[in-house]
Design a protein around this ligand. Structure first.
Ligand SMILES: [Zn+2]
Ligand SMILES: [Zn+2]
Length: 445
């Protein structure tokens, strides 16, 4: 079957090259990927798929049904680039470039879908949902907040939003092969960090810096916040892979005035939901206490970013077996016990269904950097397409025995995606964290 799949994918090489190249030179940021969306829609329609479009945001899904009952497997490719000023193929106006290889993902998943669409699937049961999803990268948050305020989206990443819209209601498990590089042609790790995006506004009272006694220095409150976070670091547990990395984005107006407004942006990351919640609560308490220490105010604004990835090892092993049939088992690696420190909204998927994010070779240069490029088309696109097609084939053959085995042993953190959405909703915070009561007491909230 592997040679049959490889030769079928090969027929679509030219189209896959065209997709990669077009997207490379027409990179678009998250929730703005209308050119990429149009290209992929047309490509899937040409294959005979009937895509279901999201409509008011980019992206779509298209189903391939074997006609026999069984699990539905969801596979992704992502549409968005990210701002990388100086990247040779960046859009001259927006600076957005494909510096994470999502264009190769789109080409590869197209090759996979094209091959399976024309192959004889009479030995398979169940169905496949190909989903071309927007907005994986976390950037231009003001634009996304604006979409949220207009009611166009409810959540800030593509997969979260699609999940909330019910596009994956009938899907049983999912995977994605992300473009990468490194020693192995295919690899995956069981854990991936998730994060919370934080804006913190400290408010004090301005006055002349030469006569500061009547002022409240918001910069000092921010300083205490940074120091408090550093004092908390020794309480972080190594295996949780916690990262807290604040920056100041507005540090004062004039050197001869006591600063009354300081803006801090921060992220809290960890590889499991419980650690994320615990550390975030400590970091928020640090902000409130730092402001309260000198009579300042602080507004906290938290947005749930990606959830931590908690990937399914059984599904991963079946994937590695199939990938090994394409490129040799010695070129495939499941890094038992390790955490991928970058984040993705595949983590959100992993909270509600068996999920794996794997990486293929072919990318070169620094991820998200000016020199990132697809150096090896065969690894990034051809091998990835063939491997994904064979993974789907192996999961769904013999009455979908392997897919059913994954499902029977799966233990997602949340029982339903609705429960998960409730959790996500609970992570949105917008509040004044210090209240000064008339009786002179101070309340931290
Ligand atoms: Zn990326
Ligand atoms: Zn990426």
């Amino acid at each position: 079957m592997n040679t049959k799949i490889i030769s079928t994918v090969e027929k679509y090489r030219a189209k896959m090259e065209q997709i990669l190249d077009y997207m490379e030179h027409n990179a678009e940021a998250g929730f703005k990927e209308w050119k990429g969306n149009a290209l992929m829609l047309e490509a899937y329609r040409e294959l005979g798929f009937k895509p279901v479009e999201a409509g008011n945001i980019p992206g779509f899904y298209a189903d391939l049904d074997t006609g026999r009952p069984g699990p539905k497997i969801l596979v992704f490719s992502e549409l968005d680039g990210l701002p990388v000023p100086g990247h040779p193929n960046a859009d001259p106006e927006t600076n957005v470039a494909h510096a994470c290889g999502h264009n190769a993902q789109c080409a590869a998943l197209y090759g996979c879908a094209a091959a399976l669409k024309e192959m004889d699937l009479s030995a398979l049961s169940g169905s496949i949902r190909f989903c071309i999803v927007p907005a994986e990268e976390m950037n231009y948050l003001e634009f996304r907040e604006d979409l949220r305020e207009k009611g166009i989206i409810k959540y800030i990443t593509g997969k979260q939003e699609y999940l909330a819209r019910g596009y994956f209601d009938d899907c049983d498990m999912c995977f994605m092969v992300h473009t990468g590089g490194g020693r192995h042609k295919f690899s995956a790790k069981p854990f991936q960090n998730g994060g919370i995006i934080k804006s913190i506004e400290f408010r004090g009272k301005a006055c002349h810096a030469a006569a500061p006694s009547g002022g409240i220095n918001a910069l000092y409150a921010a300083n205490m916040y940074f120091n408090a976070i550093n004092a908390l670091r020794e309480t972080f547990i190594s295996k949780d892979c916690v990262r807290v990395h604040p920056i100041i984005t507005h540090g004062g107006n004039a050197v001869n005035a006591i600063p009354d407004r300081i803006l801090v942006e921060n992220q809290v990351r960890a590889n499991n939901v419980q650690a994320l919640k615990t550390v975030n609560a400590k970091v928020n308490r640090a902000a409130a206490a730092s402001a309260a220490a000198i009579g300042a105010r602080v507004e906290l604004h938290d947005i749930p970013g990606y959830a931590p990835g908690h990937y399914d090892s059984r599904l991963a092993h079946y994937m590695m077996d199939a990938m090994g049939e394409i490129v040799g088992a010695e070129n495939c690696k499941w890094y038992e016990g390790l955490t991928e420190v970058g984040c993705t909204d595949m983590g959100d998927m992993s909270q509600v269904m068996p999920t794996v994010t794997a990486f293929c070779g072919g990318g070169a240069g620094t991820g998200h950097g000016v020199d990132y490029h697809i150096a090896d088309f065969d690894s990034a696109c051809m091998d990835s397409a063939a491997a994904q097609a064979l993974i789907l084939y192996r999961l769904l053959e013999n009455g979908a025995a392997k897919a059913k085995d994954v499902l029977e042993n799966a233990k997602p953190n949340f029982a339903s995606y609705k429960e998960y959405m409730d959790y996500l909703d609970s992570m949105f915070i917008k509040k004044q964290a210090v209240e000064y009561l008339e009786n002179g007491e101070t309340l931290l909230k």
